[in-house]
Design a protein. Structure first.
Length: 162
């Protein structure tokens, strides 16, 4: 697998259990215990570099501003807050209707913009209709690339909302 950053692995006899990584310029420095195997190293490097790449991607997208634009464009309710989260393993996005808070999985940050927009429109539509009824899908389908984005998400392996 090609990694998006150069990686420098620093092994330490003083480090006993933990593995950490941080971005320094364009290099990810991974610090790990000296006793770990090469396969452990490969697994940790892949995981930590992917996490740092997602963090970098989500910084480039202001989901709050983007959702406000989409809410206005498609006549949907505005959210109180919209933020990236890293703890959604089985959802692309979620919302709390009472507080009007929307959370978008940081895995979406690396997807094309039109897919990010679809996920936002989907969650904004839930602020108006809290279920997946015909009325809800009518709101979502105001987004011109809705069907295409659903296909993209199905190909990525999680179609939890259809």
């Amino acid at each position: 697998m090609a990694l998006p950053f150069r990686v420098e692995v620093i092994r330490s006899a003083r480090r006993k259990k933990t593995v950490s990584a941080r971005l320094v310029g364009d290099v990810v420095r991974v610090q790990m215990p000296a006793w770990m195997s090469k396969s452990d190293e490969d697994r940790y490097v892949t995981h930590l570099v992917a996490r740092i790449a997602r963090q970098q991607q989500r910084r480039s997208v202001d989901v709050m501003a983007r959702s406000a634009t989409l809410a206005g464009r498609f006549d949907l309710p505005a959210a109180t807050s919209v933020r990236w989260v890293s703890n959604q393993a089985s959802l692309w996005g979620s919302c709390t209707i009472g507080s009007r808070d929307i959370r978008i999985s940081d895995r979406v940050a690396g997807f094309p913009g039109w897919v990010v927009d679809y996920v936002l429109v989907h969650e904004l539509a839930h602020l108006a209709v809290p279920n997946h009824s015909t009325e809800f899908w009518t709101l979502v389908n105001r987004y011109p690339k809705a069907e295409r984005a659903r296909g993209f998400l199905i190909a990525k392996g999680m179609d939890t909302d259809s």
